[in-house]
Design a protein around this ligand. Structure first.
Ligand code: NAD
Length: 292
């Protein structure tokens, strides 16, 4: 009957409006996350994602001015009560120890570590000097070891388990032209995460890896020299790079910092409670990894 139909439509519209007004569940409420490289593209998008779902976040970065601006932005959108920022160089052992101690005092503990601080470098192997090689190893491999070790120490003491996510790279699995130092350091990150997953399991500490493909927009490492060098490695103009990456993906989509943040959210939430030692590539389906 038309009256009944009209009644049903109105009834369900009211129910839907009621649902919309209800407070949304906040799956990370009560959790504290430390995000290294938190002032950068992927780090900041990840911090935003975790804050949105109720976590308190400590941004840790070596870049003071980017850190201040990320802090202002995130605290403005969420609240000063849930965002802290601290200067951290992940290659300096004492800095890392102090950072974890400070973060633990500020928020009473750490449940989530997103190890994301990074750089990029590009050069053919015969033009890779030892300083470039060591810089990649120091930040991307040793730095990841140092922050993960402090997270382990704290999480084991807390006896509450925890979740660690490494932002590595698709280049840690696939070779990329003129980037041997970067690719090797990223491969070490991926293997370190697997070793730590094995060690952490009995303490409820999960360790997983997210591998982005090229994330050009929002990323500081994609500005300047690196952009030029990558374009040269592919024999194209810098402005053609984004289209190159989009086209080579199976889904023909570009990857953004927010896409990486979604994968991190999966690994730090209870949705992945039974997942450790795993790797997720966020690359819109990179056809280079498949034989067709
Ligand atoms: P980004 O440059 O925007 O952010 C990186 C952040 O790390 C910066 O804020 C920088 O100040 C910080 N950092 C650098 N050295 C540090 C140190 N020693 N101690 C503490 N902080 C330090 O770059 P992004 O694209 O957001 O990269 C984040 C991570 O994702 C990196 O590990 C990078 O290798 C990885 N990744 C990026 C891409 C990409 O295309 N953007 C692709 C694959 C992997």
């Amino acid at each position: 009957l038309p009256e009944q139909e009209a009644f049903d439509i109105e009834y369900w519209a009211l129910e839907e409006a009621k649902l919309q007004r209800m407070p949304k569940p906040r799956p990370l409420a009560g959790k504290v996350a430390l995000v290294t490289g938190g002032a950068g593209g992927i780090g900041k998008a990840t911090a935003e994602r975790l804050l949105r779902d109720g976590a308190c976040v400590v941004l840790a970065d070596i870049d003071d001015s980017a850190l201040a601006s990320a802090h202002k932005d995130l605290a403005g959108r969420h609240s000063e009560d849930v965002v802290r920022s601290l200067r951290l160089d992940v290659t300096r052992e004492q800095d890392v120890i102090d950072a974890f101690a400070t973060a633990a005092v500020e928020f009473g503990g750490i449940d989530i570590l997103v190890s994301n601080a990074g750089i990029s470098s590009s050069a053919p192997v015969d033009e890779t000097d030892l300083a470039m090689w060591n810089r990649n190893m120091d930040i991307l491999s040793t730095g990841y070891f140092l922050v993960a070790r402090e997270a382990f120490r704290l999480m084991k003491k807390q006896k509450t388990g925890g979740s660690i996510v490494f932002i590595a790279s698709k280049n840690g699995l696939a070779a990329s032209p003129n980037a041997s130092a970067y690719c090797t350091a990223k491969a070490a990150e991926i293997h370190l995460a697997r070793c730590l997953a094995l060690e952490g399991a009995e303490f409820g500490i999960r360790v997983n890896t997210v591998n982005p493909d090229a994330v050009l927009r929002g990323s500081k490492i994609w500005t300047g020299e690196w952009r030029e060098q990558r374009a040269a490695a592919y024999n194209m103009k810098p402005e053609e790079l984004e289209e190159h990456y989009r086209k080579r993906s199976m889904l023909k989509l570009s990857v953004y910092p927010e896409d990486i943040a979604e994968a991190v959210f999966f690994f730090v939430s209870d949705m992945s409670a039974k997942s450790t030692g795993n790797i997720v590539n966020v690359d819109a389906g990179n056809a280079q990894s498949f034989t067709r």
